[in-house]
Design a protein around this ligand. Sequence first.
Ligand code: NAD
Ligand code: TYD
Length: 336
Amino acid sequence: MKLLVTGGCGFIGSNFILHTLESHPDVSIINLDLLTYAGNLENLQDAEPYGERHRFVRGDIADRDLVRSLMSREPDAVVNFAAESHVDRSIMDSCSFITTNVVGTQVLLDACREFGIKRYVQISTDEVYGSLGPEGAFTEGHAVCPNSPYAASKAAADMLVRAYHKTHGMDVVITRCSNNYGPYQFPEKLIPLMISNALNDQELPVYGDGRNVRDWIHVLDHCRAVNLILRDGRSGEVYNIGGASEYTNIEIVKYILRRLDKPESLIRFVADRPGHDRRYAMDFSKLHSEMGWRPIVGFEEGLNQTISWYIEHDAWWQRIRSGEYREYYEKWYGQR
Ligand code: NAD
Ligand code: TYD
């Protein structure tokens, strides 16, 4: 199987590529990534032993000519992870969110259609559903009701994917997953930001009252689900993916501090995020009943491993914080 994976140098995409190379020996991957601030080729150093089974192409999913040239190599399927992914950045400026998340998706869909690509998988998010009250969970039938510009751009992309299925009969699947954590997550998101700030004895900024609830899933559980859905998901369907692990932000922050033996006085409550969703929770019974999937990494075990990973890979995130990681690509490129 030949896959075109987009956004493979980001957090989830790089974990997906490493997981797939290791667990699916029949798969080779072309990885199209623009290397925005969130893309880091260092995340894929462990892909080197797999040689030609992983090939990296630097470029934009919204670049029609480039995307068409890659589709002409006739991948069996496309898995689209590429996105602007950080809610706070979308509040500051949503332009790149529309270009990448919406126009980029449209360019990929058009090219898939033109070249008759057999399957298109759109990696979406629980955030398209909006916010929940204290009870219940999102099912796939829940109304799409996004509250941040990021979520709105992902919802728009989902609508396009659905429309290309209905109008053009394309074989597409949409996955909607809850909050991921694990190795290689960019240290602007809650868990890696709190771990790296605590390790540096810097303040931990908690938005609002800290009682917003997220459902956390280990990135490898997400990757396993995507691989199953890629092969066995029904065309035109949406599949929720969740971790069955709901925690308030403040619970997570306090846990990280305890684990690192750092004082709670590092916590700083700051102004709330505008439009801040209160609670997410996922009902993934459809994926469980159709494909037998369920998350296997317990949250405490996964979070402990993640904290250890950030301690052991201190150089990885320190290079991100200093901006040095941007030079990695130039070095890599220079050798080729
Ligand atoms: P990330 O920000 O870590 O990585 C995004 C990657 O996409 C980067 O490598 C970046 O260089 C690349 N990229 C951005 N714009 C591009 C463009 N125009 N062309 C090509 N590449 C481009 O994001 P992530 O956390 O790994 O998320 C991956 C996907 O999963 C996204 O679609 C996101 O919406 C979705 N998702 C994320 C989470 C989460 O908790 N992180 C949860 C559910 C769904
Ligand atoms: P984040 O990791 O940005 O993911 P998302 O917004 O996609 O859920 O944030 C997770 C939660 O943590 C969210 O409720 C916002 C909160 N948060 C903070 O309290 N402080 C921070 O510095 C960040 C980045 C997030």
